[in-house]
Ligand binder design. Structure first.
Ligand code: SAH
Ligand code: F3S
Length: 433
């Protein structure tokens, strides 16, 4: 009987892709299959996130529970960003853990599996040229990494310490993966990196120096590719050439993630983001001018050390002016190894909470206003998922979530859909052709 794995993936899309890579390695090299439940698994993997403190706390209670539920002899491995930054401390605090595998070392999964109490968290390890096997959670959408690590050193962010320095994956490897995925039905390609539009700055060997804009063009030239998305770009690297390509290339989906973090130029400087409030507003306005139907999403941190009422008003001002279609907002969480955790004037919890509530409430009002724009309009929706009650779900080019009555035959197809009901979080549509 084959061995079975159970995997829990926390955090960002890059972790989702790392999990797929680990599953591919386990399946191809060790003959593993997916378990239906944790209790049935021979190997339990937790792919962790450490961007904020809360999930790290939760990890240890979860390991405890998993330890009780697992069958005798089953192994537990802790992988990902928390594995990178806590390393062997994880095994010290939770001896039930069999191995620890950092976010920059996932290709070693089949090796650590056989080494009791292995801890692989080498921050200089270079996986940019590693050819992982094929495994995809979705048949219709393919996540493809274009770089590893991040060189930005934003003062609040632990990622450069858990994923290491930024190295671009050679374009020929990326294009080969795109070709394979699109050829087997994943018509939507999602390019991933911590800082995608910095692509091409550093490779680990001799490779043609192409930048992100050229990479986008090359991906779009692959015939089977219908839609291209990417995450996350950095506002600082949103030059005119990139924005023009974004606007003109019909295969590039018209939704842009622009992580603002703060609207105050003073706070942005202390965050080391490299742009000002004015730069951000100008770039966002340029995107809306070039692509009137674009959706712009963002990440915002409230309560960063030193954030005054006035600084927060600057953030609210940017929110008013840009009218983001989606906001991921967080209270600042002090992280180990980051300069900001030692900054003076840490903002009290109650103030940060109030600011977060106000930001989210105002944004919800804006979404309520925006939703009417969608009503009765017809969009091209690429359906990717079955939903309960005889529905399928998919997204418009500009990233609105749409559900419609339908079944499997709509999956992997782009269909004209008229929106009949619109809410803040998604819409209901009727297939019209
Ligand atoms: N390169 C990615 C960032 C990954 S972290 C990107 O640009 O999207 C994802 C988001 O988590 C960040 O954009 C930021 O808004 C948030 N974040 C990172 N560190 C944080 C911290 N210490 N406290 C609160 N939020 C944080
Ligand atoms: Fe983090 Fe800034 Fe990089 S938010 S992932 S250090 S761009």
């Amino acid at each position: 009987m084959s061995k079975k794995y159970y995997i829990e993936t926390l955090g960002c899309a890059m972790n989702v892709r790392d999990s797929e890579h680990m599953i591919a390695e386990l399946t191809l090299k060790e003959g593993y299959e997916a378990a239906d439940s944790l209790e049935e698994a021979d190997l339990i993997l937790i792919n962790t996130c450490s961007v904020r403190e809360k999930p790290v706390h939760k990890l240890f209670s979860e390991i405890g529970q998993f330890g009780k539920r697992k069958k005798d002899g089953a192994k537990i491995g802790v992988c990902g960003c928390t594995a990178s930054h806590l390393g062997e401390e994880i095994i010290k605090r939770a001896p039930v853990v069999d191995f620890v595998l950092g976010a920059r070392n996932v290709s070693k999964i089949t090796e650590v599996l056989h080494r009791p109490k292995a801890v692989e968290v080498d921050m200089d390890y270079d996986e940019s040229g590693y050819a992982f096997g094929e495994f995809r959670t979705s048949l219709y959408k393919a996540y493809i990494n274009i770089s590893i690590g991040c060189d930005k050193q934003c003062s609040f962010c632990i990622v450069p310490h858990t994923r290491g320095e930024e190295i671009s994956i050679p374009a020929d490897l990326i294009l080969k993966e795109v070709q394979k995925a699109a050829g087997s039905g994943a018509k939507e390609i999602f390019l991933l990196g911590q800082n995608v539009n910095n692509y091409g700055r550093r490779f680990s060997g001799e490779h043609p120096r192409i930048g992100f804009t050229q990479l986008l063009r090359a991906v779009s030239e692959i015939e089977e590719v219908e839609r291209i998305r990417f995450s996350s770009p950095h506002p600082l690297h949103m030059d005119d050439e990139f924005l023009d390509e974004f606007a003109k290339n019909p295969k590039i989906c018209k939704s842009m993630h622009m992580p603002l973090q703060s609207g105050s130029s003073r706070i942005l400087k202390s965050m080391k983001r490299g742009y000002t409030k004015e730069w951000f507003l100008e770039r966002a306005a340029k995107i809306r001018e070039l692509v009137p139907d674009v959706s712009i999403s963002t990440d915002i941190i409230v309560g960063f050390p030193g954030e005054s009422d006035e600084d927060f008003e600057d953030t609210m001002d940017v929110v008013e002016k840009v009218r983001f279609e989606q906001i991921f907002s967080f209270k600042y969480s002090p992280r180990p190894m980051t300069p900001a955790k030692d900054f003076e004037k840490q903002v009290p919890e109650e103030i940060a909470s109030k600011r977060l509530t106000r930001l989210q409430a105002r944004h919800n009002e804006m979404l309520d206003e925006m939703k009417s724009v969608r009503l009765d309009r017809v969009y091209d929706v690429y359906f990717e998922e079955l939903r309960p009650g005889g529905y399928v779900a998919g997204r418009t080019d500009n990233n609105w979530l749409v559900q419609a009555k339908g079944s499997e035959e709509l999956l992997g197809k782009t269909v004209r859909v008229k929106i009949v009901e619109a809410s803040r979080l998604g819409s209901i549509g009727e297939v019209i052709a």
